[in-house]
Design a binder for this molecule. Structure first.
Ligand code: TNX
Length: 498
């Protein structure tokens, strides 16, 4: 943890690895600080703040989301609101350019002050306060006197969920949003369409969900989201500091669309049935019929953009070989741009001639993305041997893939990723593909605790990170994960194995 660390407190700081707070105070040493992601700077001070049954809250009117998050956190701990209470919590919007869009300051002294430039920054401050407090109600609470100053290393801290192979219900997405917010993740990318299913209602093409929404991978769940449900989910996520990023995967991975509207396929394509297998790379929109394909793409994107306010919109572009592929990506990215947004494509899209603000999502470890980087394209980092968490928590875990790395993607492996060499990276995203993930419990098992490690990599500066400290801190948050009802993998590195 960062300054002020005097030589005499070095020992205390070393003890921090074992769960004991560092800083000038020995009194505070009894109160461990276990924050994930680890903040930019933590300065503990002598003394502690006692909270009994009630607090007074002064909340900035302009920060309704943080205010609600704080109210929920206090209610969850049975801490009442009382204007006459001895302890006050201040939520304040301040001007402090160093904090940026999402940074915050959290000061615990005779009262608790959370400050940030934005509601989102205050939301993150509330999450840190939640992590400093116990997971469940107690008769009283003690917090060390501390000054935390914090801001993210990357603006994109994400999870990609494949709801196309196997559907994930809205309630599960809501829960996942809450849990992501606890770790300051801010992008939920929904892979809404693939060969095995089309999950978003498109009013101009009702068969996309009537037919395409009724299929799923073998053993998986089918279903779809109405636009109304998605709008509500967008608002739910926004109120928690999270942007939903839709992906319509094109021009490949489209069997569900072809099965719904046969004319999207080339005339010689015989197999137009719904698909429930595991193969990839066999279906394609008929790029030789631009008069059919591009109006479809435009109409679909218009409806998608009307539901999702995200600046970035994912157009897929993976795993397809076709002479007109680069042309498709260039035209579709330009269309997204014309509509006032920015396209994201999987790494293969970097062969297309696009505006340099188009974002590429890297997914094969060895893929040579250097030409796109040289042109200045931003990158989202999801190299599969670190971030494909449909891969096992350990080698040979049942119902997991291992095509990218046969030893799976253990927690320590993921945590060890170094984003620094990717100079145009805007952030990191873990990906959960669902060919083999068919229940909420299985999804939880793949997501947690690995998503907490993803959050730390994307938020915390390299100098503050370290696996030993992470293990100690996330291990200490187990009670919070339990209180949130997370069905996490019982990770042996964290001492969670039963
Ligand atoms: C590769 S990643 C895919 C997905 C699969 C995944 C399984 C990417 C852009 N394509 O279609 O679901 O592997 O691990």
């Amino acid at each position: 943890m960062k300054s002020p660390i005097k030589p005499e407190t070095l020992l205390a700081c070393l003890l921090a690895v074992a769960g004991i707070a560092c800083g000038p105070s020995s009194q505070a040493a009894a109160l461990p600080l276990h924050l994930v992601p680890v903040p930019q700077s933590v300065e503990t001070q002598p003394g502690e703040l006692q909270i009994s049954g009630a607090v007074a809250v002064d909340a900035a009117e302009a920060a309704p989301d943080a205010k609600r998050a704080l109210a929920e956190a206090l209610a969850g701990l049975g801490i009442a609101r009382d204007d006459a209470a001895a302890t006050r919590i201040h939520l304040q919007l301040v001007e402090d350019a160093a904090l940026g869009e999402e940074g915050y300051r959290l000061v615990v002294a005779d009262d608790i002050r959370l400050s940030a430039q934005t509601d989102v920054g205050l939301l993150h401050a509330v999450q840190s306060l939640r992590q400093l407090l116990p997971a469940r109600a107690q008769p009283g609470y003690a917090l060390p006197h501390v000054v935390i100053t914090d801001a993210p290393a990357y603006r994109w801290r994400g999870l990609s969920l494949d709801v196309a192979r196997s559907f994930l219900p809205v309630e599960y997405l809501q829960k996942t949003i809450d849990r992501m917010a606890f770790f300051k993740l801010n992008r939920l990318h929904l892979h809404l369409t693939d060969d095995q299913g089309w999950r978003i209602e498109i009013k101009r093409y009702p068969k996309l969900v009537e037919i395409g929404g009724a299929s799923a991978v073998k053993g998986g769940r089918s279903g779809f989201y109405t636009q109304e449900e998605l709008r509500e989910l967008v608002a739910y996520a926004q109120a928690r500091g999270i942007t939903l990023v839709p992906e319509i995967d094109m021009p490949g991975h489209v069997q569900a669309a072809l099965a719904s509207y046969n004319e999207l396929a080339c005339d010689d394509v015989e197999n137009l049935s719904p698909y429930s297998g595991l193969e990839v790379g066999f279906s394609v929109l008929c790029l030789d019929k631009p008069e059919v394909v591009y109006p479809f793409v435009r109409n679909v994107l218009e409806e998608v953009l009307a539901v999702f306010p995200s600046k970035e919109i994912h157009i897929g572009g993976d795993e397809i070989k076709h002479p007109l592929y680069a042309d498709f990506v260039a035209r579709t990215a330009a269309m997204v741009e014309e509509m006032g947004r920015t396209a994201i494509a999987w790494e293969e899209g970097s062969v297309a001639d696009t505006n340099p603000d188009v974002v590429f999502q890297l997914w094969n470890d060895g893929y040579d993305i250097s030409a796109a980087v040289a042109k200045g394209h931003p990158l989202i980092l999801s190299p599969c041997s670190y971030f494909y968490i449909d891969h096992g928590n350990y080698a040979g875990q049942p119902e997991t893939y291992d095509w990218c790395r046969k030893e799976g993607v253990p927690l320590a492996r993921l945590y060890g990723f170094d984003p620094a060499p990717f100079t145009t990276a805007v952030g990191i995203e873990a990906a959960l593909w669902t060919e083999l993930v068919h229940t909420d419990a299985a999804a939880d098992n793949r997501l947690w605790p690995r998503l907490a490690a993803t959050a730390e990599l994307a938020w915390s500066p390299a100098g503050q990170r370290g696996y030993a400290g992470f293990v100690q801190r996330v291990g200490a948050l187990r009670g919070h994960l339990d209180a949130m009802g997370i069905d996490y993998h019982a990770e042996p590195d964290l001492g969670w194995a039963k």
